[in-house]
Write a protein that binds this ligand. Structure first.
Ligand code: D5M
Ligand code: FE
Ligand code: ZN
Length: 660
């Protein structure tokens, strides 16, 4: 284990992965352990998170400005005890994400304002008669006539009710964190952990852990049980893994290139890459023909129907339809689709920043009037794949959340025993004997410092021990079963998508499991010629906030929307952080046979155009936080997939052992 981490732990301090990556390069060069501990102590925290780390580096003059919002700076001035409580409150507010939500809402409104004033400029330039005709068609006279301010219909962001609900939940959660209970809790914890600083060289006898990491959990395969899968040849190939893609960061043009220019370039490359990949997908659809670059429209002035393909920068509803701003490499165009058009409803499904095709006519006034919308989608029919010689099955799970006190450990242990042949019926015997793969799609541990108030719900408050505990459990999975394990947002991994893998220093025990293959999020695994797309699934959250009639309670519907957009998280600046790599690695480039996601903790599945989509649920019972946001999980159910058809064979239910 790393010296910095070991030193902190021996002093009863914890460190989050992002904080570790900030501090490790300066450790023993720019600061020593006692300084960091002293700093954490004055802050009243025993968890060194990113904010604490940044503030610490700043206090040492190692970095000039912490990354997080300026808001925190005022707290720094106060060294008094009350100041510390204030800071804790402020921090709770920050992590609850309330600020972010408000910002997003404001952005949408601002965008609408900008939109309406841009449109009005166009209207001023044109003749009165033409203007009246076009305005009538779009149904937008108000926004075009009023140069300033927001027309009433634009004041609310799209999907206003959902935004509202989320905001309320979030502020509720912050209140609770800031409430008196929270303060009392924090003080007690501080006393418990506020032990004197010791020199790092000093050997401290290891304290006996008050929690189990399942070291004693040992299962052996049931005697006499015939595992047919043992004699079936394993045929898998990781077809796509983020780590195998070489992304080249853009070069600075000269030594005087500003940082801002490089950032703009990175985003430009990212979106160019998205556009290119999506154009290719869209052009596989024979209906998408006669495609013209947006930039050429104004001088070609095409007569009749044509098609444009572009990235949707914004969309808003008008009285008579939907207005989009669409961009390709050559230009930007306003695209309107009227309510009376056959494809009008597809407009609901277009997420910000997704790429779609519009077919219609170009009006000389610089607006494209669309009749048809083509989402990238998947083909209507899928080719049958050749049958397999032997039946072989895969169990799909996700969101185990080891370390949470709501982790259904007994149920999970029963599942592992089941995999070892301890079954209840002949039907189950047939299934278990042919299970060859176990796929785990992220949130394998609960992590630390992930959501406000999480500490109170942790049974294992140390992330190393969480991975150790999970590895102890998974070490009992029979060795003829290959496990594929990818990260989620609770894991020690890069927060922004795509997530290449787990931070190895933290999840070492997983890497050491001999029958485990670590995969990225997203990843594509080829199992016996069938493509399984494995994604943790945070993109679902964005679909729920932007597309009407979507809910966390039925996660497969938003999953279908993502498949139609051929992207696992299309929207920038929404809930899901996306890393602007120079290549967009979140595009669903080839049509999978199966899509597995997790994240929302609800088992749900559906076949869409021959593709089997499934959300694999969870092993965590409802947390206090989920209670507040009305998430009702379906823990401890395991879907078993027949690899040949890539469809559901059965669901095994361990819920009755989930009694946490
Ligand atoms: O996500 C478990 C569930 O909780 C999933 O439905 C998303 C939801 N969730 C997670 N964080 C938030 C916030 N901040 N607001 C609203 N809903 C949230 P997991 O990733 O396992 O925590
Ligand atoms: Fe989860
Ligand atoms: Zn998650």
């Amino acid at each position: 284990m790393d010296e910095l981490v070991r030193g902190l732990i021996s002093n009863n301090y914890l460190i989050t992965p992002p904080a570790y990556f900030l501090l490790s390069e300066h450790y023993n060069k720019d600061f020593a352990l006692p300084e960091l501990i002293k700093f954490a102590k004055t802050r009243g925290t025993f968890v060194i998170d990113q904010i604490t780390a940044e503030e610490f580096l700043k206090s040492k003059g190692i970095i000039s400005q912490p990354n997080h919002l300026e808001k925190f700076l005022f707290v720094e001035k106060s060294e008094k005890a009350e100041g510390i409580t204030e800071e804790a409150e402020q921090r709770a507010l920050e992590t609850s994400g309330t600020v972010g939500a408000v910002e997003t809402a404001t952005e949408i409104v601002e965008e609408s304002v900008e939109e309406s004033s841009k449109t009005s400029t166009i209207s001023e330039e044109t003749e009165v008669v033409e203007k009246a005709q076009v305005l009538e068609e779009i149904g937008e006279e108000e926004s075009l006539e009023i140069p300033e301010g927001v027309p009433p219909e634009l004041e609310e962001p799209i999907e206003a009710p959902q935004e509202e609900i989320i905001e309320n939940f979030e502020s509720e959660s912050s209140e609770e964190e800031n409430g008196e209970d929270g303060e009392v809790e924090r003080k007690i914890i501080f006393e418990e952990y506020g032990v004197p600083i010791v020199a790092e060289e000093e050997e401290i006898p290891e304290e006996k852990k008050t929690y189990s990491v399942y070291a004693d959990f040992k299962v052996t395969p049931k005697e006499g049980f015939e595992f047919i899968a043992r004699s079936i040849e394993s045929k898998y190939n990781i077809k796509f893994d983020v780590r195998n893609v070489k992304v080249t960061p853009p070069k600075a043009r000269s030594s005087t290139t500003k940082e801002g220019e490089i950032i703009v370039k990175v985003y430009e490359n990212y979106f160019k890459s998205r556009l290119k990949k999506m154009r290719k997908i869209l052009r596989e659809n024979p209906e998408v023909s006669g495609v013209i670059d947006i930039g050429k429209l104004s001088y070609i002035n095409p007569e009749g129907d044509i098609t444009i393909i572009g990235l949707v920068n914004s969309k808003r509803e008008t009285r008579n339809g939907y207005m989009f701003e669409v961009e390709d490499n050559s230009g930007i165009m306003k695209v309107f689709i009227g309510r009376d058009r056959e494809d009008y409803k597809k407009a609901f499904e277009i997420m910000p920043d997704s790429v779609v095709a519009f077919r219609g006519r170009y009006s000389k006034r610089g607006i494209f009037f669309a009749d048809r919308i083509y989402l990238p989608d998947v083909p209507l029919y899928k080719k049958e794949k050749p049958p397999l010689e032997e039946k072989v099955y895969a169990a799909l799970i996700s969101d185990i959340h080891v370390g949470s006190d709501k982790f259904c450990e007994k149920a999970f242990m029963k599942f592992i025993e089941w995999l070892n042949g301890h079954v209840n019926s002949k039907a189950e015997e047939e299934i278990v004997s042919r299970i060859k793969y176990l796929i785990i799609a992220g949130d394998v541990v609960d992590g630390i410092g992930i959501y406000p108030g999480q500490y109170n719900e942790l049974s294992i408050p140390d992330i190393f021990d969480q991975y150790e505990a999970l590895a102890n459990l998974l070490s009992n999975v029979p060795d003829h079963i290959t496990m594929f394990i990818g990260p989620g947002n609770h894991d020690a991994a890069r927060m922004a998508l795509p997530q290449p893998e787990f931070y190895r220093d933290y999840a070492k025990p997983l890497y050491e499991l001999k029958n485990a293959v670590i995969i990225s999020n997203p990843a594509v695994i080829d199992l016996h010629g069938r493509e399984f797309l494995i994604v943790h699934g945070r993109g679902i959250e964005d679909v729920v906030s932007y597309v009407p009639n979507m809910s966390h309670h039925q996660p497969v519907k938003p999953m279908v929307e993502l498949l139609k957009l051929r992207h696992v998280a299309p929207t920038f600046g929404g809930k899901v952080p996306i890393a602007p790599d120079s290549e967009d690695l979140l595009v669903i480039e080839s049509v999978p046979d199966l899509v597995q996601m997790g994240h929302v903790h609800v088992l749900d599945y559906q076949i869409y155009r021959g593709v089997f989509l499934i959300n694999s649920g969870t092993w965590q019972a409802q947390t206090e936080f989920q209670k507040m946001v009305n998430i009702v999980p379906t823990p401890a159910k395991v879907p078993i997939i027949d690899v040949e058809t890539a469809k559901l064979r059965m669901i095994v239910d361990f819920t009755k052992w989930c009694d946490v």
